[in-house]
Design a protein around this ligand. Sequence first.
Ligand code: TYD
Length: 211
Amino acid sequence: MTDSTIRKNKFITFEGIDGAGKSTHIAFVSKYLQDRGIDLVSSREPGGTQLGEKLRELVLHEPMHLETEALLMFASRREHIAQVIAPALARGAWVISDRFTDASFAYQGGGRGMDLAKLDALEHWVHPHLQPDLTLLFDVPLDVARARLDATRTLDKFEQEKTDFFAATRNEYLRRAAQFPQRFRLVDATRTIAEIEVEITGILDELLAQR
Ligand code: TYD
């Protein structure tokens, strides 16, 4: 039912290190698709369900063992898929999610150094047949991301991490992008918002043309 080869509605995920500017572009994508008559479900991880939002509070603010953190991310994801993503895709809606499994590889795997084989096992357990049709990876150098973060918000547990953590997180995102070139689009997020919107529009128009 959720196999992308047999459906025309799409599952799109947004990824990037903190400070890459993903939130601005999610709002743009959401409006662009809705303006074109797309039935759209917009969600986020960790979170996306009542239980998931409780887990989000815990993982973003409580200190815990690395593997506990990864398991909670996937627990939130399991619920998110069951309650939100799978039913929406099954009824023909499009789904956009602010982060998905690539974030677990990037943050828990790259950033924190968790064994990638364990993350592979969790991915295959939690969503053996579901992958995004498109993953927009907003990529920026670390100094740019840090400057944006410091200027805009109170930092959570991840955002307070050091440069090395984000370097490893970014590297793992780039490794995943190279591993799955058919679904990843790497967006150079150092450019202006207007320039990025032009690129995103082109990518979305390709998907819309497949309907
Ligand atoms: P984020 O989308 O950056 O939220 P906000 O823009 O509101 O700060 O996500 C919250 C954090 O969760 C982010 O630092 C990355 C982290 N995260 C993981 O470490 N692993 C995961 O699997 C997911 C989904 C997120």
